[in-house]
Design a protein around this ligand. Structure first.
Ligand SMILES: *[C@@H]1O[C@H](CO)[C@@H](O)[C@H](O)[C@H]1NC(C)=O
Ligand SMILES: *[C@@H]1O[C@H](CO)[C@@H](O)[C@H](O)[C@H]1NC(C)=O
Ligand SMILES: *[C@@H]1O[C@H](CO)[C@@H](O)[C@H](O)[C@H]1NC(C)=O
Length: 632
């Protein structure tokens, strides 16, 4: 320990010694100038000193103590934590135990000297910071890294996506705390994995070359962090890396295995499928292409994806993958009319859902033109030109006809086009009400019966639908169809009718009953309707309110005896087409309900005039109380 006596010029090296010391140092100059009488040696503290404790550090002295009884004192955290002490009489300062700099890198200490008689300070205090000198007692340690991680086989060389962080607790910005991280060992050794510096604590793992799952599925990487101290300290960590299998085998058509269809032809070393399908038809699953793939089954590196290289510009064909067998399923998905029998040459390729890559001689190779090209197959389809059916032009016809017209008129004459026949006959395919006939040669449709718009064979839109066909003379004959819709215009052929000839009027509750009416004709040949009494006599006892509307209302002018009344009515639709009907109204006591109490309906009021008593039906008279019979 070097001990130098100074006159208060407490000189510390202008080092960055950590935050605790920094603030205090700023004030030091001022302090030093005011403490001219203190004399001390510098205090030098080193962490973790291996010495005998208490260990002499330095000796304090003050000019003003001459001839007095005095005592030195030291205060501060170093004292309360038991690191430093002073001999009051001799001024000797001692370290009491080792100090860990990583816990206390600086102590602020205050020296005082007291007159032991008066207990007064002999001089102003002396305060300064004592820095704890670092030794290299901490190795750098890994504080952030994955224990294991996974890399896909198709990973392109460069960053592996893994970051490693280490830390050294020794004094910042010194050799004791700065370090390197390196890969000191890896098994297996290829591809080479390195640590690349990002900042003073962080590295990224990267690699050059490529991974091959079939050669190595797992790697152990030993990382070392080593500081620059003398001697250096280090620590190591092992990270394991797993390789995930990706698509490294291309699917291949199983060409040479006769597992396809009978139609396979193997000619001049190239395979041709031949199949005959008829034009203008959709076929599902015409035939299948088995494929072989050496990657792990049921992964995207194994699943086949078929595509057309040429020949399917119109999108007529489709190849899907059977998810279970990985076979290609060939289908015809769009109809096309070929005028002649036509050979269609298709070239179909197969690849996987996951892009293909392969590690060859330390290089990652992708699917490309030369080395790794998707397998392909040639397919020849023979499209047989069939007998095309006659085509109605237009394929649907609308005809307008008034209902109830006299039969016999020509309703419709079809036009037909056929690319490969000139002669055809016509037939009636559907005529549900049996209302028309067809001319076999010309296709003319005539009405054979009056057509009623209100028939159940006519739909809600007043349309009667028939289907006709034209059949050509081809072998086999082909048939074309035409839907003919006959729109029936309404005529006023129905009169308004009572919905219910018999109504109940609850005499004990009200004096009105509504009269519902129906008319089978469509607008404008139906309601609202006008209502009239057919017998003027009734106007004495009843009135019609309303007398115009979808329903009429029958109102009794005064309370009426219970019983049954017959009221002849006239009802007119909007065109004054008139119906005559007699409405039976039973006036009765309904009590609380809305149904007639038969017994009460038969009771009879004394004021009833003979004028309309004739309207009581016999059935009621017979059961009535004979004592009150006034109409006999
Ligand atoms: C680093 O530690 C050593 C002891 O291991 C010590 O001698 C040296 O002074 C320290 N260096 C710095 C810059 O603190
Ligand atoms: C497919 O047909 C083409 C000609 O269109 C021919 O050059 C090629 O060799 C054939 N490939 C196979 C696999 O048969
Ligand atoms: C007609 O009215 C009578 C009496 O109100 C009722 O019993 C019958 O169900 C009605 N009939 C119809 C078809 O509404």
């Amino acid at each position: 320990m070097r001990t130098v006596f100074l006159l208060l010029l407490v000189a510390f090296p202008a080092l960055d010694i950590g935050s605790a010391c920094e603030e205090a140092r700023k004030k030091r100059d001022l302090l030093v100038r005011t403490k001219r009488r203190w004399v001390l040696s510098t205090i030098e503290l080193e962490e973790e000193m291996i010495v005998n404790y208490p260990y002499f550090l330095s000796k304090m002295y003050n000019d003003k103590i001459q001839g007095q009884d005095f005592s030195f004192e030291i205060t501060g955290e170093a004292v309360t934590e038991g690191y430093l002490a002073i001999n009051g009489t001799s001024g000797e300062v001692f370290a009491l135990k080792p100090i860990d700099r990583e816990k206390y890198d600086c102590f602020h200490v205050i020296f005082d000297v007291y007159d032991t008689d008066t207990n007064q300070k002999i001089d102003k205090e002396l305060a300064f910071d004592v820095e704890v000198k670092d030794i290299n007692d901490n190795p750098p340690r890994f504080i952030q890294f994955p224990q294991t991680f996974t890399v896909s086989e198709s990973q392109v060389e460069g960053y592996l996506g893994v970051q490693v962080v280490a830390q050294d607790m020794d004094e910042k910005n010194t050799k004791n705390s700065t370090f390197n991280i390196t890969v000191i060992k890896q098994t297996p050794p290829e591809p080479k994995i390195q640590a690349k510096w990002i900042d003073e604590r962080t590295v990224h793992l990267s690699f050059t070359g490529c991974f091959d799952y079939e050669k190595a599925k797992e790697y152990n990487i030993t990382l070392e962090a080593k500081d620059h101290g003398t001697p250096p300290l280090s620590s190591t960590e092992i990270i394991s890396l797993n390789v995930r299998d990706t698509n490294t085998h291309m699917p291949e058509f199983k060409k040479k295995e006769g597992s396809m269809k009978k139609e396979d032809l193997y000619l001049n070393g190239t395979l041709q499928f031949q199949t005959e399908v008829h034009e203008m038809k959709l076929y599902r699953d015409v035939f299948r292409f088995p494929v072989e793939d050496k990657d792990t089954p049921n992964t995207d590196g194994w699943r086949a994806k078929f595509f057309f290289i040429s020949g399917n510009e119109e999108g007529i064909f489709k190849v899907e993958t059977d998810p279970k067998t990985n076979e290609g399923i060939f289908s015809i998905v769009k109809e096309k009319n070929y005028e002649n029998t036509t050979m269609i040459e298709l070239k179909i390729g197969v690849e996987n859902i996951e892009p293909f890559t392969k590690c060859v001689n330390g290089k990652l190779i992708k699917q490309d033109g030369k080395l790794y090209r998707p397998d392909s197959i040639n397919v020849t389809i023979t499209m047989i030109d069939g007998n095309d059916p006659p085509v109605f032009q237009p394929p649907k016809a609308d005809v307008y006809e008034k209902e109830e017209s006299e039969p016999g008129r020509v309703l419709f004459t079809p036009k037909v086009y056929d690319p490969d026949s000139s002669s055809f006959r016509f037939e009636l395919v559907d005529d549900p009400a049996n209302w028309v006939s067809i001319d076999e040669k010309t296709g003319e449709i005539k009405g054979t019966k009056k057509m009623d718009r209100e028939s159940p064979f006519v739909d809600a839109d007043n349309v009667y639908k028939i289907i006709i066909a034209a059949i050509d003379d081809g072998k086999p004959p082909a048939k074309g169809f035409c839907n003919v819709s006959i729109y029936l215009r309404d005529i006023n052929d129905h009169k308004p009718q009572l919905v219910n000839n018999s109504l109940i009027l609850c005499g004990n509750k009200n004096n009105k009953v509504m009269i519902p009416v129906q008319d089978l004709d469509a607008d404008p040949y139906n309601g609202p309707f006008s209502f009239y009494f057919d017998d003027e006599e009734d106007e004495k006892h009843w009135t019609l309110e309303p007398a115009y509307g979808q329903q009429g209302g029958l109102v009794s002018l005064k309370p009426l005896p219970y019983g049954k009344y017959s009221i002849p009515l006239r009802m007119q639709d909007q065109q004054n087409n008139e119906g005559h009907e007699t409405l039976e109204v039973v006036v009765c006591d309904c009590e609380e309900k809305n149904t007639c109490n038969v017994k009460k309906a038969l009771s009879f009021s004394s004021w009833m005039s003979p004028a309309f008593a004739h309207k009581w039906p016999d059935r009621l008279w017979q059961t009535r109380d004979s004592g009150r019979d006034k109409t006999a």
